[in-house]
Design a protein around this ligand. Structure first.
Ligand SMILES: [Zn+2]
Ligand SMILES: [Zn+2]
Length: 264
């Protein structure tokens, strides 16, 4: 048995150009920090291809494919057909990240909504869980997920930013909730309360790297090794030892992505 807590980063963008010069070192630091699994997340057609390519090379990296709400305007019929084709590739464990972002509105809202619905349908055809991005669009996102029967395929609300009531509604839909770096911030809003509230079998953690570094690394490029900071904060908020929180969230990640559980 290893002395390190075994962690699983459910949401990273390791194939992004931010890691072009030192990706091997980033992965080595993740492994040295106890990160035993990572899912690298596509956001458009090119990055979905890149995610599959990286997962093919690294035994502890899996991929997801999908079109981010920022890129929804690029998602015509042909592109979505290509995403569906990619979803069959080996080591693709989810469809995402998909959802709504009414904060930045980089694609028109009606287009975001349409592309989100179509990718939910795609995930149903593939029988794959979904990775949901939601910013300033909680009511709309939850309504689409309910109407799209997300409970039948499963999924995760990534980088959860709501309150306990919002978390309860995600749980009612059958979703996992993923906490990221913001739970460590001084202005963590309702996230500490959410961390304490979450049932142990529905919580996962993530970095969303290269974005959202935890406290202590703010202003820098994030990477999976820093997941230890977020996990330690969540464990402290819940009043449980880090190794227990790490084991539970890793088991949950493997359940979410339908990967074999680790022997312990
Ligand atoms: Zn996101
Ligand atoms: Zn992301």
């Amino acid at each position: 048995m290893s002395l390190l807590p075994e962690l699983f980063d459910t949401h990273a963008h390791l194939h992004f150009p931010e890691y072009a010069d030192d990706r091997a070192a980033v992965l080595a630091r993740a492994r040295a920090a106890g990160v035993r699994g990572m899912v690298t997340i596509g956001t458009d057609l090119a990055t979905s291809h890149a995610a599959i390519g990286l997962a093919a090379e690294e035994p502890d990296v899996w991929a997801s494919v999908g079109v981010h709400p920022h890129d929804a305007a690029s998602a015509d019929e042909a592109l979505l057909a290509e995403i569906e084709r990619l979803a069959h590739a080996p080591r693709v464990v989810a469809v995402g990240e998909i959802g709504l972002d009414f904060f930045r509105n980089l694609s028109p809202r009606d287009v975001q909504t349409d592309v989100f619905r179509r990718q939910l349908a795609l995930a149903h055809r593939m029988a794959r869980p979904v990775i949901i991005h939601c910013r300033d669009a909680h009511a709309e996102t939850l309504a689409i997920l309910a109407e799209g029967r997300v409970g039948e395929i499963g999924g995760v609300m990534h980088c959860f930013s709501g309150d306990v009531e919002g978390a309860r509604r995600c749980l009612d839909l059958g979703l996992f909730i993923s906490l990221a770096g913001p739970v460590t911030y001084k202005n963590a809003r309702a996230l500490p309360e959410v961390a304490r509230f979450m049932p142990a079998d529905r919580l996962v953690v993530e970095t969303d790297c290269p974005f959202l570094p935890p406290e202590g690394y703010r202003g820098k490029r994030n990477e999976p090794a820093y997941l230890t900071v977020t996990a330690a904060r969540v464990a402290a908020l819940r009043g449980e030892p880090l190794d227990r929180l790490a084991a539970a969230t890793s088991d949950n990640a493997r359940t979410l992505f339908r990967l074999p559980q680790e022997d312990r």
